[in-house]
Each structure stands twice: as C-alpha cells, then as structure tokens.
Design a protein around this ligand. Structure first.
Ligand SMILES: [Zn+2]
Length: 420
C-alpha cells in the first residue's frame, strides 16, 4: 500500500495543553513536514512516498509545557520498535544506578515487586532482578516484549493504562517501585498514565520517572531531540502540576547533564507521605528565574536553532565542493530530525554508521542514508563523520577509532565544530 505525502490519517492537531488544558499554546519552532523519525526503510521502500507529519513546537504559557503541534497515531510509532536501550554502555551503567537508588529510597526488600513501564528490552528490569526484586514490565513494542519475556523478564505487550494497571496488579501484585524512563514525553494522555501509576503503586511505594530536561533542551539548542514520538518537553514545573492533580507529589529530583543531552530523574510519592527536598524547591525556583513560561525565551531559542543549522549546511556544502567524503554516525531519531530539518540528503551524506545490528541494511527516513556497521569504516576512506548521536560522542569516537577510522568529526549541536 502506498502512503500519500499528506498527513491525512497519520496525525491529529494538538490545540490544548496536555497538562493544564489551556488553549493558549504559542508556536516557536517549525521544522517542516517530515517523515516519522523511527520509520526505517528497506531497499524496496526507498522511493515509495513515506508517512509524514508536521514537526513543530509550541509552549503553554499556563504551566510551561513545550509540546508538539501534531500527535501521530501511536501504533505507527511504537508497535515495532528498533531502539534497544541495551545497545550502549553509558545507558547500561545509568539504569543500574537507577535501580539501586530507587530500591534504596523506596526501602524495598528483596522479593517485593518492581514494575518498569515502557520496559523496552528489559534492561532496567534485569537490574532490579539482580538486586533481588521480583519484576515485570509493560511495553507496546510486541517484538521487544516477546524478547524480554523469553529472557525471564515478563512483559505485558501493551500501552500503560488503567485497564493494564488493574490486570498487572491482579496477576503480579502492587509494585513497591514503579519506574518510567523516557516514556512520559511520548504519551498523549498523560493524565491517564499518571492515574494508572497511582492505581497500581503499593502503599508507601515510589514512582521514579526520567525525562529529557526542557531547560537543557533550550540552553543547549537540542532541537534535534524533537521528533514525532516526543510529544512533550518537560520541566519540573509542569510535572509538578501534573502529579498534584493525581494526589501525588515530587519529593526529590536529580539532574544528569550527560544522559540524552540532559535528563531529570524525578521521585514521586503519594501526597503527605514525604516532604519535597531543598533540591526540589531550588530547581522549581531556578525554572521560574529561567522563564519556563516566558514565550520570549522560546522565540530566541528558535532563532538560535535556525542560525545553527545554516552554519551546518554551509560547512557540509563546502566540504562537498572540496571533494571530501562525509559519512554520519548514529542512525538515531535525532539524526533524522536534523537531516530532514536541514534538507540534507544521501547525496551529501550517503552512509550512516550505527552500532545496532537490527538497523544494518536499512535506510533512514527522508534522507535515505544507508545504515552500516562500524566495521565498514576502515576501508571506506571517509574524511568526516557527522555526529548525529552527539549525546554518545565519547563512545562513538572510541568505537570509530577502534574500527580504524582516521578522519575528523563534525559536532552539529549546540554550535557547529570540527575536531579530531
Ligand atoms: Zn499547560
């Protein structure tokens, strides 16, 4: 079946704030009509019109939540998912730390239940299991849920919802810890999601969630972490308002500047059980000083991003005119956003290297770069590697050097730089 180039049937317009319900949403960054970022293509699909939707950001002046202007049908994005969190050592270490901290803060005893929502291939669940917890997961990607279950990490292949929460609690028990990393930003109905957490959580249990931090997003020009899956861009302020609406309260927060370009880990309990830490209060105050609800802050960001991407296209054009060979590294969603926003195609950057073997042989949406493994680098005589997964820069430099790459690197964000 061929898909039309229009958005019809793929996305709906989003006009009311998903947290506070305000209709006062103001658009501040328009990245055009682009293909869905994780829809990789096989050789036969290249040349067939792709599913596309507008990719643009708007800010709610009421609660300070940044959110996309369109909501793409979630089954098109999440039912067969290629992003596997076990791929990188950085994330493996980070999630092991999360399991240890969450268990300690919850006072969880071995044998109690830990639930991970959007558990992907079960990496975080395996960390809880090695601490002696009993575990189960929920994830709509049927391919990943089946793989995790086969490895002894039972995973319900569905979206998190009140019905799934009730079924899970009946089958397994009430979890002492519930975790949700990198998923709340992908959820359209966040009230349904948080209500389901409150429903499942054991008495005195804790909910720990991680989201990319909107203040880093704005300050570091991380526009390329915007893609159709990533519906909301959270700060602590809108998160706090959301939790309050469901009888929950944020009592602790940690900031990890190097995870996904800046991530906050937020600890939540039922209201009245714990008191918000000084750190939590201070972060809310810093967000007020930053202007998390101030439209001018976001408009200035949009202008910086456009200037940043003009610098990048100028540089790529110059290298190309000098006959240099440019490949990219990191067939990531953010890479696809950047390539499509700048209009860069496989003519300029024909190949992208990626560490995930599931992607090898496929082509990126929109730009149609061919995806290969790092072992292809040695013989290819590449002059420049464009870092599309810049959040894993150190790891990519190490891996590409180990694979025999001798050229230089182009860092696109927050400002264009060539090094190595
Ligand atoms: Zn709002």
């Amino acid at each position: 079946m061929k898909h039309a180039r229009s958005e019809n049937g793929v996305a709906k317009t989003h006009t009311r704030c998903r947290v506070c319900g305000s209709s006062g949403l103001v658009r501040y960054l328009d990245m055009g009509v682009t293909p869905l970022a994780n829809s990789y293509l096989n050789a036969e699909q290249v040349g067939v019109p792709e599913r596309v939707a507008e990719l643009a950001l708007q800010i709610c002046g009421g609660c300070g939540l940044s959110q996309l202007t369109r909501v793409v049908d979630r089954d098109l994005m999440f039912r067969n998912y290629l992003y596997v969190s076990s791929t990188t050592q950085t994330l493996r270490d980070h999630l092991a730390g999360l399991a240890a901290t969450a268990s300690r803060v919850a006072g969880a005893a071995p044998g109690e239940w830990a639930l991970d929502i959007a558990s992907n291939d079960g990496l975080l669940l395996s960390c809880f299991r090695s601490l002696g917890m009993r575990v189960f997961g929920v994830d709509p990607a049927r391919n990943l849920a089946a793989e995790a279950t086969a490895r002894g990490l039972p995973t319900i292949p569905d979206y998190w919802s009140p019905a799934v929460a009730r079924r899970a609690v009946a089958q397994y028990g009430q979890p002492r810890t519930i975790t949700a990393t990198n998923v709340l930003g992908h959820v359209d109905d966040v009230h349904d999601f948080v209500m389901s957490v409150e429903l499942a959580l054991a008495p005195h249990g804790i909910f720990v969630l991680e989201v990319p931090y909107v203040i880093d997003f704005i300050e570091q020009n991380e526009f390329d972490t915007a893609y159709h899956e990533h519906l909301s861009y959270f700060g602590l302020q809108p998160l706090s308002e959301l939790m309050t609406m469901h009888g929950l309260v944020i009592f602790e927060v940690e900031h990890f500047p190097d995870i996904h370009g800046g991530t906050i880990r937020v600890f939540v309990c039922r209201a009245g059980e714990r008191t918000p830490s000084d750190q939590t209060v201070a972060m809310l105050e810093r967000e007020r000083e930053f202007g998390i609800r101030d439209i001018d802050v976001y408009v200035a960001f949009g202008e910086r991003v456009r200037a940043n991407m003009l610098d990048l296209t100028d540089l790529l054009e110059r290298f190309r005119s000098e006959g240099r060979r440019i490949w990219a590294y990191g067939a990531s969603a953010k890479g696809n956003t950047l390539m499509n926003f700048t209009g860069t195609t496989a003519d300029a950057v024909p190949v992208v290297v990626d560490d995930n073997p599931k992607k090898w042989g496929l082509f990126t949406p929109g730009a149609h770069m061919q995806i290969v493994g790092p072992s292809e680098l040695a013989a290819a005589e590449v002059d420049h590697l464009l870092l599309l997964a810049w959040n894993f820069e150190r790891e990519i430099v190490r891996r590409s050097r180990a694979a025999g790459y001798r050229g230089s690197y182009i860092r696109p964000v927050p400002a264009v730089a060539v090094f190595g």
